[in-house]
Design a binder for this molecule. Structure first.
Ligand code: UT7
Length: 335
């Protein structure tokens, strides 16, 4: 009998409606469209409406997935939510989602790995499927970055946006589908290059931390850039090499969208033509844990990712955390 693999059988996304363009940002901080586009590739990003939180976006994406597939909430065994912007420090966003969608049999939890969160959550979810602990796992990547972005800091406010994406994992014994390999890493020596200083147990919220704007993202952009370009490129090429496949064999590379220049380095090292690289950073900016599931959905929508195709996913983020996953897409569920 073949080994049980975890297959992605459905994917859905949610992008909030409000658009924040580079021109809008020019009116808020000392920046310009030319600088932002040439340094990052970003033209606009989406932001939540007043009062909308991470679970709201995740629930919208999950309901879309249920509508598309006919799968119902009571079939779900586990809900894993990758996020660094949960609705609350506790309870977990997974609990809020469970109640709202009515997943009566499910358990679940949040997972914090910043921009690599979706990859870490996907591998975690896959382990429950491969060990036959669960038959249907929802893996969510969702972040409301606007909640922790300082819109007076031009170094960071141009980068981030809000979004949610979700995939459904199910078991398969068919070798044409499912997660094949993963290379995931954490290196805490990067902790102070990209972090949110206050609001945790190290520096609890106080009038002083608020006055010092310590509840917002801090990033040493240049330091993170160098690590990210190297980390993403080496993880993406290493996973191809370890599985004896080349850039020609894969249908699409779906990288985390932090900076177009970082993605270009990885794609070049993998020997990929531009049509094999999923890029939507121009429309959404960096949506942290949501970039990869949103990218997967768009690759399917464009017809660039079909059942049985090889795809490589890769990310780099705060921690540092980084890595890559190789999979064969599908079998896609339909109603
Ligand atoms: O997703 C998680 C992981 N995160 C990443 O992968 C992000 C990695 N880092 C980056 O993508 C880039 O470092 C940034 C896009 C954040 C910055 O680009 P950079 O090319 O590294 O620029 P820099 O920070 O080295 O700044 C270059 C110059 C500076 O001026 P001086 O010191 O050369 O006079 C900045 O003050 O650009 C200035 N600058 C800006 N100018 C106009 C910084 N931000 C802006 C801005 N508009 N928004």
């Amino acid at each position: 009998m073949n080994k049980t693999r975890a297959a992605i059988t459905a994917v859905a996304k949610y992008l909030p409606e409000r658009v924040l363009s580079n021109t809008d940002l020019e009116k808020m901080v000392e920046t310009n469209d030319e600088w932002i586009v040439s340094r990052t590739g970003i033209r606009e990003r989406r932001l939540v409406a007043e009062g909308q939180a991470t679970s709201d976006m995740a629930i919208a994406a999950i309901n879309q997935l249920f509508n598309d597939t006919g799968v119902t909430a009571d079939e779900i065994d586990i809900i894993i939510v990758a996020t660094v912007t949960p609705d609350y420090m506790f309870p977990a966003t997974a609990a809020l989602i469970q109640k709202e969608i009515g997943a009566n049999r499910a358990w679940g939890f949040d997972l914090s790995a910043a921009c690599s969160g979706f990859l870490f959550a996907l591998q975690t979810g896959a382990s429950f499927i491969e060990s036959r602990t669960a038959k249907k796992v929802l893996v969510v990547g969702a972040d409301t970055m606007s909640a922790i972005t300082d819109y007076t800091d031009r170094n960071t406010c141009i980068l981030f946006g809000d979004a949610a994406g979700v995939v459904l994992l199910e078991p398969t014994e068919d070798e044409n589908y499912g997660l094949i390999d993963q290379m995931l890493y954490v290196d805490g020596s990067g902790a102070d290059a990209l972090y949110q200083a206050a609001g945790g147990s190290r520096l609890p919220a106080s009038a002083e931390t608020v006055a010092k704007r310590q509840h917002f993202i801090y990033q040493d952009g240049r330091t993170v850039f160098k690590k990210a370009a190297e980390g993403m490129a080496s993880a993406s090429t290493a996973i191809l090499n370890r599985n004896n496949i080349s850039g020609d064999d894969i249908a699409i590379f779906v990288p985390h969208q932090a900076n177009k220049r970082i993605i270009d380095v990885a794609a070049q090292r993998m020997g990929l033509s531009p049509d094999k690289v999923l890029l939507n950073i121009d429309k959404y900016g960096n949506t942290t844990a949501a970039t990869i599931p949103v990218g997967l959905k768009e690759a399917v929508e464009d017809g660039r990712l079909k059942d049985g195709d090889y795809a490589v996913l890769a990310a780099f983020g705060a921690g540092y955390t980084w890595g890559s996953i190789l999979l064969k897409w599908g079998p896609t569920r339909s109603k």
